[in-house]
Design a protein around this ligand. Structure first.
Ligand code: NDP
Length: 280
């Protein structure tokens, strides 16, 4: 099968590095399935792959990239430091271990996976990420699951402003307070579980109405909502048809009314852990 070129536009991050606005997430993709899934995604035009040490599939992601036929510099690879590896020295070691598993010298983006406030040391972890960034090990560094309070605390001591905060975000959990803070500080919002984990949200009448109006799937309607909000999105699927259709969201536009209808959904709250409570 031929390889589709980059099918998503890029956004510029706060250091000028560009990130594809739509990428491929591989949380809960088993190691034995990840090579095929990433290969299908790259063939379909995805150029951002989002993994994490905790997902247990970095080797497969690296293998799929190496074998893909797509130039390394055309793929934006993200991984994350897990909660057990908070702290300056541990985070540096975790980064090297991830690089080794991915088989890549330079990563595009390295993120703190969770703030784990009970450990009270994400500032030290961030210092390690700053060193990684300054030494050129990662072209971009950022965080995940930081609330406004966590970001304020981080910015008190940080010398590098995170380029990205990857947070749970979908219609019904639109995170407007965090997005406003990001906008004021030049931080790009990256949405995880962007289609609400493929559950109830996609059956909601407000979503299916928008999808029907454009002749798209509910997932495409929701992904388009993210794109128009300015989010980076990383939907996950192991189903080839879904992988292909989830990136086919650049040929239609939601009206202001449709955007407002999806933003106004209230019956789907947080699906994942609360960053203030999660210290696992
Ligand atoms: P998503 O919102 O991406 O939903 C994934 C689910 O939706 C899967 O069950 C998938 O099924 C299904 N699905 C995919 N496409 C469609 C479609 N077109 N129609 C109907 N169902 C569909 O949830 P995730 O939680 O996986 O989040 C995406 C990514 O975000 C993760 O893979 C990960 O990279 C990142 N993430 C980051 C976190 C963090 O703490 N930083 C936390 C959680 C996620 P199937 O695969 O069977 O097709």
């Amino acid at each position: 099968m031929s390889i589709v070129p980059n099918a998503a536009p890029n956004l510029a991050l706060n250091n000028g590095v560009e990130i594809p606005q739509l990428g491929f997430g591989v949380f809960q993709v088993p190691a034995e399935q990840v090579i095929d899934a990433v290969r299908t995604a790259l063939d379909a035009g995805y150029r951002l792959i989002d993994t994490a040490a905790a997902y247990g599939n970095e080797e497969g992601v690296g293998r799929a990239i190496a074998d893909s036929g797509v130039a390394r510099e055309d793929i934006f690879v993200t991984t994350k430091v897990w909660n057990d590896d908070h702290g300056y020295d541990k985070a540096l070691k975790a980064f090297d271990a991830s690089r080794g598993r991915l088989g890549l010298d330079v990563l595009d983006m390295y993120l703190i996976h969770w703030p784990t406030p009970a450990r009270d040391n994400f500032a030290q972890t961030w210092e390690a990420l700053e060193k990684i960034y300054e030494e050129g090990g990662a072209r971009v560094v950022g965080v995940c699951n930081f609330t406004v309070a966590h970001l304020r605390q981080l910015l008190e001591t940080a010398s590098v402003v995170p380029a990205v905060n990857q947070i749970e975000l979908h219609p019904g959990f639109a995170q407007s307070e965090v997005r406003d803070f990001h906008d004021r500080h030049g931080i790009v919002t990256e949405a995880w579980s962007p289609i609400g984990q493929g559950k109830g949200l996609l059956d909601d009448p407000a979503v299916t109405k928008v999808a029907d109006a454009h002749g798209t799937s509910p997932a495409q309607a929701v992904l388009r909502w993210h794109i128009q909000l300015g989010n980076v999105v990383i939907p996950k699927s192991v189903t080839p048809d879904r992988i292909r259709s989830n990136i086919d969201v650049f040929g239609f536009e939601l009206t202001e009314g449709e955007m407002a209808a999806l933003s106004g959904l209230t019956m789907f709250g947080r699906l994942g852990p609360d960053p203030d409570q999660f210290n696992g």
